[in-house]
Design a protein around this ligand. Sequence first.
Ligand code: ADP
Length: 450
Amino acid sequence: MSAGEPLLQMTLRVEQDIFLVRQRGREVAAAVGLEHQDQVRLATALSEVARDLLRTVGGADVAFHVVHGRDGRPALRVDLTPASPLPDGRYEPQSGAVARLVDTLGVTSEEGDTVVRMSRRVPAAAQALTEARLAELRAELGHSAPGSALDELATQNEQLIAALDEVRSQRDELAVLNAELEETNRGVMALYTQLSEELEETNRGVVALYAELDEKSAQLRTASESKSRFLANVSHELRAPVTAIIGLGRLLTDSASDPLTPEQSEQVELIRASAADLLSLVNALLDLAKAESGRIEPEWADVDLRAVFGQLRGTLRALTNRSAVELVVEEPPAAAVLRSDEVLLSQVLRNLLHNALKFTERGEVRMTAQRDDERWRLSVSDTGVGIRPELHERIFEEFYQVPGASRVGGTGLGLPYARRLVTLLGGTLELTSEPGRGSTFTVVLPASGA
Ligand code: ADP
């Protein structure tokens, strides 16, 4: 820190000089741009040190400088050169708090002179302290006349009052802030309570809903179980008499029996045909009831798709002999083997092929097997009437038949049964169809079995 010509110099020898030093110190601090509070701090520290030095060494020479620190920032520095040597060359302020009022306070020795030195940095926002500005300040400070001790006392009083005011307003501000904080807290608490009440309410609703759902699904389960039981019992009971009717019909028309009139044999034929229809319905019901009650257990084994396809090709070819529909059962790829139940799988595919042939007047019915990743896709596609999109799920319901479809016979139980079986085999039964162009039913099975 280099210091040129001081901004102001003064001598401290008598009690009144303390006021003077304080007053002028504040003036210089204001002139170089220290903030109001820092001006008061510096002036206070200065008057304290001045009092100490007057008492211990009979006074001092006081010089004010502007110096530039290592970071280039200016600071106001006050050097107090004691009138006689300091005891032990040391200085300790009477009040320990003094050092905190300034940035630095201490004793330094310069060219044999011992100096008590304090400094306070000028804020960056202050007007730049160029050489020209310093010269200006020197002139101004040289001219300004120092006031009396009384003036200084009055100024000190004013400063005290201002400081008190500031403290009071800060306290008021704090009180306002506190009140606001309390208000906010209350708001947050109210919101929290409201939210947790709402949450509780919702929870109660959800719990009630679940209880209701549980109850409903238990009811549904019971209803479905009793339906299956009923179907199984009724169809079982019906099978025997229906079979008896068919047998009796056969007996009546047998060549060994008494001949019937043409009308009689026509009626007996009608009875036999109706009984046969009834038997297939009863059988279908029995199958479905069995599948639904979980009484069908797949027998897992390695199933060779080529064999299954070959057999179906053989048995169904007869159905297409005289129609305008070609049945194409494509050869599955080599090593088309999957874990499944051959009887159930054949039943499903036969059912799909039957339907396809039933609902196709011309064109072709084609069955293919394709493997993608870990799945087999076994598809039966036809060029028949197709199914409207809104009915794609309904046709899997029991007894549902697309209006008009019953003309070609059937019970409406084939597809729900097929889907049951595919589910038992660990797969899904999918449908894509376009009315008027045809349908594709696809059995998707895991290659490794269920
Ligand atoms: P159904 O004994 O009547 O064939 P399904 O359960 O097998 O009973 O089929 C239900 C209904 O789905 C059929 O009545 C028919 O309306 C429709 N359906 C099934 N397969 C086909 C198909 N390949 N093409 C067009 N419609 C079909």
